[in-house]
Design a protein around this ligand. Structure first.
Ligand code: HAM
Length: 417
Protein backbone atom coordinates (compact mmCIF):
# COMPACT_ATOMS: atom_id res chain seq x y z
CA UNK A 1 0.00 0.00 0.00
CA UNK A 2 1.22 3.50 -0.81
CA UNK A 3 2.15 5.68 2.14
CA UNK A 4 0.23 8.94 2.01
CA UNK A 5 1.26 12.44 3.08
CA UNK A 6 0.25 13.30 6.70
CA UNK A 7 -3.02 15.20 7.13
CA UNK A 8 -2.66 18.98 6.97
CA UNK A 9 0.72 18.92 5.18
CA UNK A 10 1.54 19.64 1.56
CA UNK A 11 4.24 18.92 -1.00
CA UNK A 12 5.55 21.96 -2.82
CA UNK A 13 6.07 20.50 -6.28
CA UNK A 14 8.71 21.52 -8.83
CA UNK A 15 6.09 23.25 -10.99
CA UNK A 16 5.23 25.53 -8.06
CA UNK A 17 8.65 26.13 -6.54
CA UNK A 18 9.32 29.19 -8.72
CA UNK A 19 6.45 30.95 -6.98
CA UNK A 20 8.16 30.38 -3.64
CA UNK A 21 11.55 31.59 -4.94
CA UNK A 22 9.87 34.67 -6.38
CA UNK A 23 8.01 35.52 -3.15
CA UNK A 24 11.05 34.85 -0.95
CA UNK A 25 13.31 36.99 -3.15
CA UNK A 26 10.95 39.95 -2.99
CA UNK A 27 10.54 39.61 0.78
CA UNK A 28 14.35 39.43 1.27
CA UNK A 29 14.96 42.45 -0.95
CA UNK A 30 12.37 44.62 0.76
CA UNK A 31 13.27 43.61 4.31
CA UNK A 32 16.99 44.16 3.67
CA UNK A 33 16.09 47.64 2.45
CA UNK A 34 14.29 48.26 5.78
CA UNK A 35 17.40 47.12 7.68
CA UNK A 36 16.22 43.64 8.78
CA UNK A 37 18.71 40.74 8.86
CA UNK A 38 17.72 37.11 8.32
CA UNK A 39 17.89 34.65 11.22
CA UNK A 40 17.34 30.87 11.12
CA UNK A 41 16.36 29.16 14.34
CA UNK A 42 15.75 25.43 14.98
CA UNK A 43 12.54 23.75 13.88
CA UNK A 44 12.14 22.35 17.42
CA UNK A 45 12.75 23.95 20.80
CA UNK A 46 12.29 23.02 24.45
CA UNK A 47 8.52 22.90 25.05
CA UNK A 48 8.90 25.28 27.97
CA UNK A 49 9.84 28.11 25.56
CA UNK A 50 6.41 28.07 23.91
CA UNK A 51 4.48 27.39 27.12
CA UNK A 52 6.08 30.44 28.75
CA UNK A 53 6.25 32.54 25.59
CA UNK A 54 2.87 31.99 23.94
CA UNK A 55 0.90 31.40 27.15
CA UNK A 56 -0.44 28.34 28.93
CA UNK A 57 -4.08 29.18 28.35
CA UNK A 58 -3.84 29.70 24.58
CA UNK A 59 -5.29 27.22 22.07
CA UNK A 60 -1.84 26.84 20.51
CA UNK A 61 -0.24 25.60 23.75
CA UNK A 62 -3.28 23.69 24.98
CA UNK A 63 -4.36 21.87 21.89
CA UNK A 64 -2.16 22.46 18.90
CA UNK A 65 1.46 21.73 19.67
CA UNK A 66 3.36 18.74 18.30
CA UNK A 67 5.21 17.78 21.47
CA UNK A 68 7.42 14.72 21.94
CA UNK A 69 10.08 13.49 24.35
CA UNK A 70 13.68 13.20 23.16
CA UNK A 71 15.65 10.03 23.96
CA UNK A 72 16.40 11.28 27.46
CA UNK A 73 12.77 12.14 28.15
CA UNK A 74 13.11 15.94 27.78
CA UNK A 75 10.06 17.54 26.21
CA UNK A 76 10.57 19.10 22.77
CA UNK A 77 8.04 20.84 20.52
CA UNK A 78 7.95 21.56 16.78
CA UNK A 79 7.78 25.35 16.65
CA UNK A 80 4.21 26.63 16.24
CA UNK A 81 5.48 30.16 15.53
CA UNK A 82 8.74 32.10 15.27
CA UNK A 83 8.62 34.93 17.81
CA UNK A 84 9.48 32.92 20.94
CA UNK A 85 12.46 31.32 19.16
CA UNK A 86 13.76 34.66 17.91
CA UNK A 87 13.56 36.14 21.42
CA UNK A 88 15.29 33.04 22.81
CA UNK A 89 18.11 33.50 20.29
CA UNK A 90 18.24 37.26 21.02
CA UNK A 91 18.78 36.53 24.72
CA UNK A 92 21.05 33.53 24.34
CA UNK A 93 23.34 35.25 21.83
CA UNK A 94 23.29 38.55 23.80
CA UNK A 95 22.23 40.49 20.72
CA UNK A 96 21.50 43.53 22.89
CA UNK A 97 25.27 43.99 23.11
CA UNK A 98 25.51 44.44 19.37
CA UNK A 99 22.97 47.24 19.11
CA UNK A 100 20.13 48.75 21.09
CA UNK A 101 17.60 47.94 18.39
CA UNK A 102 17.83 44.53 16.72
CA UNK A 103 15.83 43.95 13.51
CA UNK A 104 15.43 40.35 12.37
CA UNK A 105 13.38 38.41 9.84
CA UNK A 106 12.82 34.72 9.17
CA UNK A 107 11.19 32.23 6.84
CA UNK A 108 10.24 28.72 7.63
CA UNK A 109 7.79 25.96 8.39
CA UNK A 110 5.64 26.19 11.54
CA UNK A 111 3.56 23.37 13.01
CA UNK A 112 0.12 23.51 14.62
CA UNK A 113 -2.16 20.51 15.05
CA UNK A 114 -5.29 22.35 13.92
CA UNK A 115 -8.27 20.95 12.04
CA UNK A 116 -7.16 21.32 8.42
CA UNK A 117 -9.32 23.35 6.06
CA UNK A 118 -8.78 25.72 3.12
CA UNK A 119 -5.87 27.98 4.10
CA UNK A 120 -5.29 26.16 7.39
CA UNK A 121 -2.64 23.48 7.62
CA UNK A 122 -0.71 21.55 10.23
CA UNK A 123 2.59 22.45 8.60
CA UNK A 124 2.59 25.90 7.02
CA UNK A 125 5.21 28.47 6.15
CA UNK A 126 5.58 31.92 7.60
CA UNK A 127 7.83 34.83 7.03
CA UNK A 128 8.04 37.13 10.00
CA UNK A 129 9.88 40.15 11.31
CA UNK A 130 10.79 41.10 14.85
CA UNK A 131 12.05 44.51 15.92
CA UNK A 132 13.47 44.22 19.43
CA UNK A 133 14.53 47.19 21.57
CA UNK A 134 12.26 50.09 20.61
CA UNK A 135 9.07 51.32 22.18
CA UNK A 136 8.48 53.97 19.55
CA UNK A 137 5.14 53.85 17.72
CA UNK A 138 7.24 54.43 14.59
CA UNK A 139 8.42 50.81 14.98
CA UNK A 140 4.81 49.54 15.05
CA UNK A 141 3.99 51.45 11.89
CA UNK A 142 7.25 50.55 10.16
CA UNK A 143 6.44 46.85 10.34
CA UNK A 144 2.90 47.38 9.01
CA UNK A 145 4.33 49.51 6.18
CA UNK A 146 6.95 46.83 5.36
CA UNK A 147 4.26 44.12 5.20
CA UNK A 148 2.11 46.26 2.91
CA UNK A 149 5.06 47.11 0.66
CA UNK A 150 5.75 43.39 0.26
CA UNK A 151 2.12 42.65 -0.59
CA UNK A 152 1.90 45.59 -2.98
CA UNK A 153 5.12 44.59 -4.78
CA UNK A 154 3.75 41.08 -5.20
CA UNK A 155 0.55 42.52 -6.68
CA UNK A 156 -1.92 41.58 -3.93
CA UNK A 157 -4.98 43.79 -3.86
CA UNK A 158 -7.88 44.70 -1.57
CA UNK A 159 -6.16 43.92 1.71
CA UNK A 160 -7.49 45.42 4.91
CA UNK A 161 -5.49 46.44 7.98
CA UNK A 162 -7.31 45.90 11.28
CA UNK A 163 -5.76 47.41 14.40
CA UNK A 164 -6.46 47.47 18.08
CA UNK A 165 -4.67 48.08 21.34
CA UNK A 166 -4.76 45.37 24.01
CA UNK A 167 -3.15 47.65 26.60
CA UNK A 168 -0.32 46.86 28.99
CA UNK A 169 -0.06 44.58 32.06
CA UNK A 170 -1.69 47.17 34.26
CA UNK A 171 -4.58 48.54 32.25
CA UNK A 172 -5.35 45.15 30.76
CA UNK A 173 -5.84 43.50 34.13
CA UNK A 174 -8.31 46.25 35.14
CA UNK A 175 -10.10 45.75 31.83
CA UNK A 176 -10.13 41.95 32.22
CA UNK A 177 -11.80 42.32 35.62
CA UNK A 178 -14.52 44.50 34.09
CA UNK A 179 -14.96 42.10 31.17
CA UNK A 180 -15.15 39.07 33.49
CA UNK A 181 -17.80 40.75 35.62
CA UNK A 182 -19.79 41.57 32.48
CA UNK A 183 -19.45 38.06 31.01
CA UNK A 184 -20.30 36.33 34.27
CA UNK A 185 -23.73 37.93 34.14
CA UNK A 186 -24.31 36.64 30.58
CA UNK A 187 -22.64 33.25 30.97
CA UNK A 188 -25.78 31.31 29.99
CA UNK A 189 -25.81 32.96 26.57
CA UNK A 190 -22.21 32.07 25.73
CA UNK A 191 -20.97 29.03 23.77
CA UNK A 192 -19.39 26.12 25.66
CA UNK A 193 -15.82 27.26 24.83
CA UNK A 194 -16.46 30.85 25.94
CA UNK A 195 -17.92 29.65 29.25
CA UNK A 196 -14.49 28.14 29.93
CA UNK A 197 -12.70 31.16 28.54
CA UNK A 198 -14.28 33.45 31.18
CA UNK A 199 -12.00 31.83 33.74
CA UNK A 200 -9.04 30.83 31.61
CA UNK A 201 -8.64 33.57 28.99
CA UNK A 202 -11.54 36.05 28.99
CA UNK A 203 -10.03 38.28 26.28
CA UNK A 204 -10.43 35.44 23.78
CA UNK A 205 -14.21 35.64 24.20
CA UNK A 206 -13.96 38.94 22.28
CA UNK A 207 -13.03 37.30 19.00
CA UNK A 208 -15.30 34.24 19.24
CA UNK A 209 -17.07 33.82 15.90
CA UNK A 210 -20.19 32.26 17.46
CA UNK A 211 -23.25 34.42 16.74
CA UNK A 212 -24.76 34.27 20.22
CA UNK A 213 -21.40 35.26 21.76
CA UNK A 214 -21.10 38.12 19.26
CA UNK A 215 -24.58 39.32 20.27
CA UNK A 216 -23.60 39.32 23.97
CA UNK A 217 -20.42 41.25 23.18
CA UNK A 218 -22.26 44.17 21.58
CA UNK A 219 -22.62 45.78 25.01
CA UNK A 220 -19.37 44.52 26.52
CA UNK A 221 -16.87 47.03 27.93
CA UNK A 222 -14.60 48.29 25.18
CA UNK A 223 -10.86 47.67 25.58
CA UNK A 224 -9.87 50.93 23.88
CA UNK A 225 -11.95 52.99 26.32
CA UNK A 226 -10.10 51.31 29.18
CA UNK A 227 -6.49 51.98 28.16
CA UNK A 228 -4.16 53.78 30.58
CA UNK A 229 -2.80 57.14 29.51
CA UNK A 230 0.45 55.73 28.12
CA UNK A 231 -1.26 53.01 26.08
CA UNK A 232 -3.83 55.49 24.85
CA UNK A 233 -1.14 57.92 23.69
CA UNK A 234 0.75 55.12 22.00
CA UNK A 235 -2.37 53.96 20.14
CA UNK A 236 -3.14 57.53 19.05
CA UNK A 237 0.42 57.98 17.73
CA UNK A 238 0.22 54.70 15.80
CA UNK A 239 -3.03 55.79 14.16
CA UNK A 240 -1.71 59.25 13.35
CA UNK A 241 1.50 57.82 11.81
CA UNK A 242 -0.62 55.45 9.70
CA UNK A 243 -2.64 58.50 8.57
CA UNK A 244 0.60 60.34 7.72
CA UNK A 245 1.65 57.45 5.48
CA UNK A 246 -1.87 57.30 4.00
CA UNK A 247 -2.24 53.68 5.12
CA UNK A 248 -5.93 52.86 5.46
CA UNK A 249 -6.96 50.89 8.53
CA UNK A 250 -10.02 49.91 10.53
CA UNK A 251 -9.99 49.95 14.32
CA UNK A 252 -11.36 46.60 15.51
CA UNK A 253 -11.79 46.69 19.29
CA UNK A 254 -12.49 42.93 19.34
CA UNK A 255 -9.13 41.99 17.79
CA UNK A 256 -7.17 40.24 20.55
CA UNK A 257 -5.07 37.60 18.71
CA UNK A 258 -4.42 34.02 19.75
CA UNK A 259 -1.08 34.48 21.52
CA UNK A 260 -0.84 35.87 25.05
CA UNK A 261 2.31 37.96 24.65
CA UNK A 262 0.75 41.01 23.03
CA UNK A 263 0.76 44.44 24.64
CA UNK A 264 -0.51 47.74 23.19
CA UNK A 265 -0.77 47.42 19.37
CA UNK A 266 -2.31 44.27 17.87
CA UNK A 267 -3.04 44.10 14.16
CA UNK A 268 -4.06 41.80 11.36
CA UNK A 269 -3.98 42.14 7.60
CA UNK A 270 -6.93 40.33 6.07
CA UNK A 271 -7.88 39.36 2.55
CA UNK A 272 -11.45 38.98 1.31
CA UNK A 273 -10.36 36.01 -0.85
CA UNK A 274 -9.64 33.64 2.03
CA UNK A 275 -13.04 32.83 3.54
CA UNK A 276 -12.97 31.89 7.21
CA UNK A 277 -9.16 31.85 7.42
CA UNK A 278 -8.87 35.43 6.23
CA UNK A 279 -5.76 36.59 8.14
CA UNK A 280 -2.88 36.87 5.77
CA UNK A 281 -0.64 38.35 8.47
CA UNK A 282 -0.87 39.14 12.14
CA UNK A 283 1.30 40.73 14.77
CA UNK A 284 1.75 43.46 17.29
CA UNK A 285 3.79 44.71 20.19
CA UNK A 286 5.06 42.34 22.88
CA UNK A 287 6.82 44.52 25.44
CA UNK A 288 6.91 41.89 28.23
CA UNK A 289 8.08 38.79 26.33
CA UNK A 290 11.85 39.39 26.55
CA UNK A 291 11.54 39.75 30.32
CA UNK A 292 9.23 36.73 30.62
CA UNK A 293 11.85 34.65 28.84
CA UNK A 294 14.56 35.72 31.29
CA UNK A 295 15.92 38.99 29.86
CA UNK A 296 15.68 42.53 31.07
CA UNK A 297 12.70 44.74 30.29
CA UNK A 298 12.87 45.25 26.50
CA UNK A 299 10.07 46.48 24.25
CA UNK A 300 9.52 44.70 20.93
CA UNK A 301 7.12 44.48 18.03
CA UNK A 302 6.70 42.14 15.05
CA UNK A 303 4.42 40.23 12.77
CA UNK A 304 4.27 37.02 10.79
CA UNK A 305 2.54 36.18 7.53
CA UNK A 306 1.35 32.87 6.14
CA UNK A 307 2.99 32.23 2.77
CA UNK A 308 0.40 29.63 1.62
CA UNK A 309 -2.37 32.17 2.28
CA UNK A 310 -0.45 34.75 0.23
CA UNK A 311 -0.22 32.32 -2.67
CA UNK A 312 -3.94 31.43 -2.44
CA UNK A 313 -4.82 35.14 -2.52
CA UNK A 314 -2.46 35.81 -5.44
CA UNK A 315 -3.94 32.95 -7.44
CA UNK A 316 -7.53 34.00 -6.73
CA UNK A 317 -6.65 37.54 -7.77
CA UNK A 318 -4.93 36.16 -10.90
CA UNK A 319 -1.68 37.92 -10.11
CA UNK A 320 0.87 37.05 -12.78
CA UNK A 321 3.93 35.04 -11.82
CA UNK A 322 7.30 35.55 -13.49
CA UNK A 323 7.81 33.24 -16.45
CA UNK A 324 9.61 30.00 -15.72
CA UNK A 325 13.14 29.81 -17.10
CA UNK A 326 13.18 27.38 -20.03
CA UNK A 327 16.05 25.15 -20.92
CA UNK A 328 18.57 26.87 -23.26
CA UNK A 329 20.07 23.76 -24.81
CA UNK A 330 19.11 20.10 -24.98
CA UNK A 331 21.96 17.86 -26.07
CA UNK A 332 20.96 15.02 -28.41
CA UNK A 333 23.49 12.26 -28.96
CA UNK A 334 23.04 9.97 -31.97
CA UNK A 335 26.07 7.84 -31.18
CA UNK A 336 24.55 5.09 -29.05
CA UNK A 337 27.90 3.51 -28.23
CA UNK A 338 29.64 6.57 -26.86
CA UNK A 339 28.02 9.44 -25.02
CA UNK A 340 31.19 10.79 -23.41
CA UNK A 341 31.65 13.69 -25.83
CA UNK A 342 27.97 14.64 -25.46
CA UNK A 343 28.47 14.75 -21.71
CA UNK A 344 31.69 16.80 -21.97
CA UNK A 345 29.94 19.35 -24.23
CA UNK A 346 26.91 19.44 -21.91
CA UNK A 347 29.14 20.32 -18.94
CA UNK A 348 30.93 23.01 -21.01
CA UNK A 349 27.58 24.58 -21.90
CA UNK A 350 26.43 24.49 -18.27
CA UNK A 351 29.69 26.07 -17.09
CA UNK A 352 29.20 28.90 -19.54
CA UNK A 353 26.06 29.79 -17.56
CA UNK A 354 23.38 28.29 -19.76
CA UNK A 355 20.63 25.87 -18.65
CA UNK A 356 21.32 22.56 -20.39
CA UNK A 357 20.30 18.92 -20.13
CA UNK A 358 20.26 15.60 -22.01
CA UNK A 359 18.31 12.37 -22.18
CA UNK A 360 20.22 9.84 -20.06
CA UNK A 361 18.96 6.83 -21.94
CA UNK A 362 20.46 7.73 -25.40
CA UNK A 363 17.38 6.44 -27.22
CA UNK A 364 16.56 7.13 -30.87
CA UNK A 365 17.04 10.59 -32.38
CA UNK A 366 13.25 10.91 -32.62
CA UNK A 367 12.60 10.21 -28.94
CA UNK A 368 15.43 12.54 -27.87
CA UNK A 369 13.95 15.34 -30.04
CA UNK A 370 10.60 14.68 -28.38
CA UNK A 371 12.26 15.08 -25.00
CA UNK A 372 13.86 18.36 -26.15
CA UNK A 373 10.39 19.63 -27.09
CA UNK A 374 8.96 18.55 -23.76
CA UNK A 375 11.64 20.50 -21.91
CA UNK A 376 10.83 23.57 -24.03
CA UNK A 377 14.50 23.89 -25.01
CA UNK A 378 15.44 26.88 -27.18
CA UNK A 379 18.14 24.91 -29.00
CA UNK A 380 19.04 21.30 -29.47
CA UNK A 381 22.63 20.37 -30.05
CA UNK A 382 22.75 17.25 -32.21
CA UNK A 383 25.91 15.21 -31.99
CA UNK A 384 26.35 12.78 -34.90
CA UNK A 385 29.28 10.46 -35.68
CA UNK A 386 29.93 11.75 -39.19
CA UNK A 387 29.88 15.45 -38.08
CA UNK A 388 32.12 14.63 -35.14
CA UNK A 389 34.76 13.21 -37.45
CA UNK A 390 34.88 16.74 -38.92
CA UNK A 391 34.86 18.38 -35.44
CA UNK A 392 31.37 19.73 -36.14
CA UNK A 393 28.01 19.54 -34.37
CA UNK A 394 24.52 20.58 -35.49
CA UNK A 395 22.63 23.34 -33.69
CA UNK A 396 18.87 23.46 -34.22
CA UNK A 397 16.75 26.46 -33.28
CA UNK A 398 13.61 24.80 -31.93
CA UNK A 399 11.41 27.79 -32.66
CA UNK A 400 12.43 28.64 -36.24
CA UNK A 401 13.42 25.00 -36.97
CA UNK A 402 16.59 26.37 -38.61
CA UNK A 403 19.58 24.09 -38.39
CA UNK A 404 23.26 24.79 -38.95
CA UNK A 405 26.55 23.03 -38.55
CA UNK A 406 29.08 24.72 -36.28
CA UNK A 407 32.61 24.00 -35.20
CA UNK A 408 32.82 22.46 -31.71
CA UNK A 409 35.37 25.12 -30.73
CA UNK A 410 32.88 27.87 -31.62
CA UNK A 411 29.96 26.28 -29.79
CA UNK A 412 29.93 28.45 -26.66
CA UNK A 413 30.47 31.68 -28.65
CA UNK A 414 27.63 30.70 -30.96
CA UNK A 415 25.24 29.93 -28.09
CA UNK A 416 26.09 33.14 -26.25
CA UNK A 417 25.27 35.44 -29.19
P1 HAM B 1 -0.30 34.14 14.03
O1 HAM B 1 -1.44 35.10 13.82
O2 HAM B 1 -0.55 32.97 14.86
O3 HAM B 1 0.90 35.00 14.61
O4 HAM B 1 0.21 33.66 12.62
C1 HAM B 1 0.59 34.58 11.61
C2 HAM B 1 0.06 34.17 10.26
O5 HAM B 1 0.45 32.82 9.98
C3 HAM B 1 -1.45 34.14 10.15
O6 HAM B 1 -1.96 35.43 9.90
C4 HAM B 1 -1.66 33.22 8.96
O7 HAM B 1 -1.45 33.91 7.75
C5 HAM B 1 -0.53 32.20 9.15
N1 HAM B 1 -1.04 30.98 9.81
C6 HAM B 1 -1.25 30.76 11.13
N2 HAM B 1 -1.71 29.51 11.35
C7 HAM B 1 -1.81 28.92 10.15
C8 HAM B 1 -2.21 27.62 9.70
N3 HAM B 1 -2.59 26.67 10.56
N4 HAM B 1 -2.18 27.36 8.37
C9 HAM B 1 -1.79 28.31 7.49
N5 HAM B 1 -1.38 29.55 7.84
C10 HAM B 1 -1.39 29.87 9.15
C11 HAM B 1 2.10 34.48 14.92
O8 HAM B 1 2.50 33.40 14.57
C12 HAM B 1 3.01 35.47 15.65
N6 HAM B 1 4.30 34.82 15.92
C13 HAM B 1 3.18 36.73 14.82
C14 HAM B 1 4.07 37.74 15.49
C15 HAM B 1 5.38 37.96 15.21
N7 HAM B 1 3.71 38.56 16.45
C16 HAM B 1 4.78 39.28 16.81
N8 HAM B 1 5.78 38.92 16.07
Amino acid sequence: MLIKIPKGTQDILPEDINKWYYIENIIRKILNKYGYKEIRTPIFEHTELFVRGIGESTDIVNKEMFTFPDRKGRSLTLRPEGTASVVRAYLEKRMDRISKVVKLFYFGPMFRCEKPQAGRYRQFNQFGIELVGSQSPVADVEIIAAALEIYETLGLKDLKVLINSVGCKKCRSDYINKLKAFLAKKEDLLCYECKNRIRKNPLRVLDCKNESCQAVLKNAPNIINNLCQECNLHFKSVKSLLDDLKIEYTVDDKLVRGLDYYTKTAFEIVSGELGAQNAIAGGGRYDDLVEELGGKETPAVGFAAGIERMIITMEKQKVSWPKKKDLDVFVVNTNEKDNSLAFILLQKIRKSGLFADLDYSSKSLKSQMRAANKYGAKYTLIIGEEELSRNMVTLRNMETKEQKEIKIDNLIDELST
